[in-house]
Ligand binder design. Structure first.
Ligand code: DAH
Length: 333
């Protein structure tokens, strides 16, 4: 076979093999077969060059180099292709393990608030909400809290030094959700059956059971024949719904300026009684302060600490845990 034909055949075979190789191993095999330094077919062709006549040599030499360059270039181009992953970068590989999204969860107090709202909704109580920044009328005056009452002591309240109402009256962070009773009665006529759950603020030394901010649930029911028996039933049903059907509830006579008579509500817990909050029949003075006729309407009100229930339910022994945002605590709920 003349060298020119041999070179053409070599080129054709080499390019076909390289094009057919669809992985790195097959391509390497083709490289060894055609371009291998020791036994490659190009090496055999090189020996033909030696046999060429001096006239043939320049043409043949050039042809040899062209073929060698073309095959090497094809090999390099193919190497780049087979080295790439089969799947295009934009495609989704369904066989890869997924990345699980990090699921957040509701704060235990938020969970408690929502559960309270659901329980009370079953007894027909509507959820209302109102401001945390209040004036003295709604936090004290309309609630029948006299000027000399210790609850009004500026040292026991968060008054805002730099703020006041439009009429220049002092402003404070509400110290109780009872403010919402007044807000609701000012805007509506009986019958009223509402609850309001929210934050209240009092300067206090922070320890395992006290904080400067805490949560209360306020309840208010006003109508023509709402009685103390209604109050006791609602609170008993509420305690049973949240803490369990066999929860024992106790009512102790007490005093609050905005209720008459007033009671303190306890639940039986571990050989003792645990105080949940206060309640009573809305004082006629309160009804009058919002323009209701106490001869026509009456009702009950109650105010319960929320954290206490959540702590009982989950065995949490320190109220500060609620506000530290430690995920080791939070992710347990
Ligand atoms: N506001 C009271 C407090 O923060 C709790 C309370 C007692 C609310 C009796 C009431 C009530 O509605 O009738 O200590």
């Amino acid at each position: 076979m003349d060298p020119i034909t041999a070179l053409a055949e070599f080129e054709q075979a080499a390019l076909a093999s390289i094009a057919a190789a669809n992985n790195a191993a097959a391509l390497e095999q083709a490289r060894i077969e055609f371009l291998g330094k020791k036994q490659g077919r190009l090496k055999d062709l090189q020996s033909l060059l030696g046999k060429a006549t001096p006239e043939e040599r320049p043409v043949l030499g050039k042809r040899f180099n062209d073929v060698k360059t073309a095959v090497e270039a094809a090999l390099e181009a193919r190497q780049a292709i087979v080295a790439k992953p089969k799947v295009a970068a934009t495609a989704i590989d369904l066989t890869l393990p997924g990345t699980l999204p990090e699921l957040g969860r509701l704060h235990p107090l938020t969970q408690t608030v929502r559960e309270f709202q659901q329980i009370m909704a079953r007894f027909g109580f509507e959820v209302v909400d109102d401001r945390e920044l209040e004036d003295e009328r709604h936090n004290f005056d309309a609630l029948n809290i006299p000027l000399e009452h210790p609850a009004r002591d500026p040292l026991d309240n968060f008054y805002l030094a730099a703020a006041c109402t439009a009429s220049g009256k002092p402003v404070l962070m509400r110290s109780q959700t009872s403010t919402v009773q007044i807000r609701v009665m000012e805007q509506r006529q009986p019958p009223i059956r509402v609850i309001s759950l929210g934050r209240v603020y009092r300067p206090d030394d922070i320890d395992a059971t006290h904080h400067v901010m805490f949560h209360q649930m306020e309840g208010l029911m006003i109508g023509r024949d709402v009685t103390m028996a209604s109050l006791k039933s609602v609170l008993r049903m509420f305690a049973a719904a949240y803490l369990g059907g066999d929860t024992e509830v106790r009512f102790r006579p007490s005093f609050f300026p905005f209720t008459e008579p007033s009671v303190e509500v306890d639940v039986r817990w571990k050989n003792g009684w645990l105080e949940l909050g206060g309640a009573g029949m809305v004082d006629p003075n309160v009804l009058q302060s919002v323009g209701y006729d106490p001869e026509e309407y009456g009702g009950f009100a109650f105010g319960l600490g929320i954290a206490r229930f959540c702590m009982l339910r989950h065995g949490i022994d320190d109220i500060r845990l609620f506000y530290q945002n430690d995920v080791r605590f939070l992710r347990q709920f």
